[in-house]
Design a protein around this ligand. Structure first.
Ligand code: RB5
Length: 166
């Protein structure tokens, strides 16, 4: 699987270990940083990873911050991204089976190492169930399409503006 991974300063210590773990299992990994203790704003990293997922440069994304929550909020602003904060076996499994989640957001501060790798393993290896869940995911996409259409229609010049009769 092609995977992009990124973290802010809270996740920067554990991230290289996750990269190694993924590569040992044959995944093709793009590590976007951050590479130091220096504070970095999590939306900047979320944007890079989420955009790679959105543009299908990779199959999945993994993001780490203190709680996993800020990364998740930011990543979900990118079109086509279904980011989830998982913190146990069940959330990891169900986010794949029912929601076809394509970005996993992990808490670097709150998850113990064993649990973190177990969540990762389950999330990477659980398939999407499809069926009625595919219809629901399509409805999520329809909401995105509607928002995009509204934005486009606001950009179009209004022919009736400024008293024009044309
Ligand atoms: C950074 O201090 C922290 O806010 C960030 O890592 C993350 O937990 C945000 O949701």
């Amino acid at each position: 699987m092609r995977i992009a991974i990124g973290s802010d300063h809270r996740g920067y210590q554990i991230r290289p270990r996750i990269v190694e773990w993924l590569r040992e299992r044959g995944h093709d990994v793009i590590d976007v940083g951050s590479h130091s203790h220096e504070p970095v704003d999590y939306p900047d990293i979320a944007d890079v990873v989420a955009t790679k997922v959105s543009q299908r440069e990779v199959d999945r994304g993994i993001l780490l911050c203190g709680t996993g929550l800020g990364m998740c909020i930011a990543a979900n602003k990118v079109r086509g991204v279904r980011a989830v904060p998982c913190h146990d076996d069940l959330t990891a499994e169900m986010s794949r089976r029912h929601n076809d989640a394509n970005v996993l957001c992990l808490s670097a501060d709150l998850l113990g190492e064993r649990l973190l790798f177990r969540v990762l393993d389950i999330w990477l290896n659980t398939p999407f169930e499809g069926g009625r869940h595919a219809r629901r995911v399509e409805k999520i996409q329809a909401i995105e399409e509607e928002i995009a259409r509204e934005l486009c229609s606001k950009d179009k010049p209004n022919p009736m503006a400024n008293g024009s009769k044309g």
